[in-house]
Design a protein around this ligand. Sequence first.
Ligand code: PEP
Ligand code: MG
Length: 887
Amino acid sequence: MVTWVYDFAEGSKEQNDLLGGKGANLAEMTNIGLPVPPGFTISTDACRAYLEEGSAPPGLADEISEHLRSLEDAMGRRLGDPDDPLLVSVRSGAKNSMPGMMDTVLNVGLNDASVEALARQSGDERLATDSYRRLLQMYGSTVLGLEARMFDEAMDELKRSRDVKDDLGLTSDDLRHLVTSYQEVIRSETGKPFPQDPREQLDRAVQAVFDSWNTPRAVLYRRQERIAEDLGTAVNIQAMVFGNLGATSGSGVCFTRDPATGSQGVYGDYLANAQGEDVVAGIRNTVALTDLERLDPTSHAELLAVMERLELHYLDMCDIEFTIERGRLWMLQTRVGKRTPAAAFRIAMDFVDEGLIDMDEALRRVTGHQLAQLMFPGFDPSAERTVVARGMSASPGAAVGKAVFDSDTAVAWAERGEDVILVRKETTPDDLRGMVVARGILTSRGGKTSHAAVVARGMGRSCVCGTESLDVDIAAKQFTIRGGPTVHEGDVISIDGGTGEVFLGKIPVVDSSVVRFFEGDPGDDVLVNAVSRVVEHADDTRRLAVRANADTPDDAARARRYGAAGIGLCRTEHMFLGERRALVEELVVASDVDEQAAALQQLLPLQREDFLGIFEAMDGLPVTIRLIDPPLHEFLPDFTELSVTVALEDERGATSSRHHRLLAALTRLHEQNPMLGLRGVRLGIVIPGLFTMQARAILEAAAEWVAGGGSAFPEIMVPLVASTEEFAIVRAELEKVGREVQEERGVQIPHLVGTMIELPRAAITAGQIAESADFFSFGTNDLTQMTWGFSRDDVEAAFFPTYLDHGIFPVSPFESLDIEGVGSLVRTAAAAGREVNPGLHLGVCGEHGGDPASIHFFDAVGLDYVSCSPFRVPVARLEAARAALMQ
Ligand code: PEP
Ligand code: MG
């Protein structure tokens, strides 16, 4: 028999999969003796069964009844009892936190009779009526699917007629009036009255939570956060406690450390006389947690003790939701808190220094993605700027863009390539689409724990929230800064999510302190210190070496500063551009081998200089230089333009024989599918002397550098090899040049000759190719293109959005390796290559070399190194170590 429902006392924090994050942590807190209102959790298994069958699985209703009875016994109250009712909350809680994406229904158990009993018991008629109208509103919008607007309009109209600003100004009579209006909305919209049977309320609320797993906003959020679609959510049913019982009650959200900077000391928002949802929704402005000390010193002290206990128990920064009901503290939720990238590094190192975790654990707690975010630019500190408003620093990063006030405009403008900042009073989960495309988010309400803040941090968007001096008018598409100017839709603003500052106009941006550190400026900020310690430990931990893709001495030097152990891919094609195009033209219009050789002879010294600069920058480190890869017509004039020129010249009688020859060459070289055409090793075979000229330039440059006292380790790489025969032909020629140069120069130049593995055929026959190759470098860009049959230049814009929508893959296979398909080729080729040639050196130089998930795969299949762009080298160093730890 499957068990669908678990009491809080039965679970633990390890059971996220079964009980969801919220349920598992409620269980953990219950079991360590913290004050948690009693309750039970309906498992994710039940949700999955419900979603599969479209109805509650057999046995679930009985199990709910059983647990409900225990809960009623524990509380000494019965659900729906007209004299002494138990009220419960029904909350979603998936394995991964999905803030505000799924449904919650509070105050389940209230009806026309029990509301009176609640009023009597609490001695607070206003509370009872307010709780009932909240139930009607939540039930109406989440369970019955009515538009929230209908309830909001009734509320706004009432406030207007009573001339009050917020809901606290409404009396119990007013609220009773609202209850009647809400019941009327439900009756007229659904044709049925609001159910008075509390068990019906409960069952339908549970179903609504299950169903909310599949709302479009939840699906979008999961896609954004790469959360699996088939997990389902758990549902937590818990005795209600009331934060809205007057001045000695309230609700709050807090963190055991500052989630924005990671600095020590608790951080939180508190709202007196309110329920938890009011804090997160940013409906009223909260006060800082320190103010609770003044309002209720006993609860404050107890809360601090709980926070300390939780940190020591979880050995991590925790975030907490709590309610104080008439001076009594209740814990409603805890979890390991979300944090900014800066806070992640700082907290990890502080925990090490406090003796709570070791360096390996610190490494597990930070990600390459977070490090990448820290390498984003901030505002130029020397730039002129005037702060026009100040809110909370909710999620770091400098953002500049045009102000927009709704998601539709944000999406439309972003699609036409504009940077936008989404400005809202507060955000709701419905704003997610706008938040995804915006550079930054600015709100006038809500604290660091509001929806906007939590979601922005998760997405790595810059966010300033709770900017009280902004009067945001969504309908008029503008905001006015108190005592200052008005900003209209389309006006450019700048926000600094790290400081909470808002500026008018565009402020220039500069490198991050972490980038400055990698560039050689040690600085003395805590963040840089934490990052450098973590990365240093990563270097001691990782198995994979990290090289860089760099084509110029400048890029090579940067790669070295960022910690690259060599160059994994130096593309040589840029060396044929600019003035050298003329020489490529000479090469292709040459009428015989001698003319070709003459053109190549002119390219030789230029190439030698190119390579010398790179050997200098990478002195003592290996440099993999790839022989020319693209089809030659990429270096020649455009076919149509040249045809027109020639036609016009002929008409004028000013025929140019060079143009004619060039046009003939272009016609000869024209291809329908150049990516499948005369490129890579095929060029080397078809155009005699091209590859050998490059190899000579490489080896002569190395000889020159060595003669000057340096050391150079060239690795010559042949692109687009498909067969061992192709490679054998080229290798023989390269070896001959190698012997000649070493003889001419009288020095030994240790060097390797290897191949890219970027065609499926090469991967499949890797065992044969490995017999004569010194190394393989997986070109996963082409390998992805050729395996899927996707043109890498076109498909991402053309149809990937539709593919992503259909869930054919969760992310572009050009961005993160398709492990099942392309990865399988890499795995087989690596194994086959090593079997025949145990010394075969293996690396990857496609874009995937800098992608965290792909790096974990390359570590697992035993490659020797990954090579990525210089900027991603620190990220790869970190992820390579995490991969080694997490295997
Ligand atoms: C590759 O195909 O993965 C590769 C590194 O080569 P390029 O991107 O230059 O084709
Ligand atoms: Mg390639």
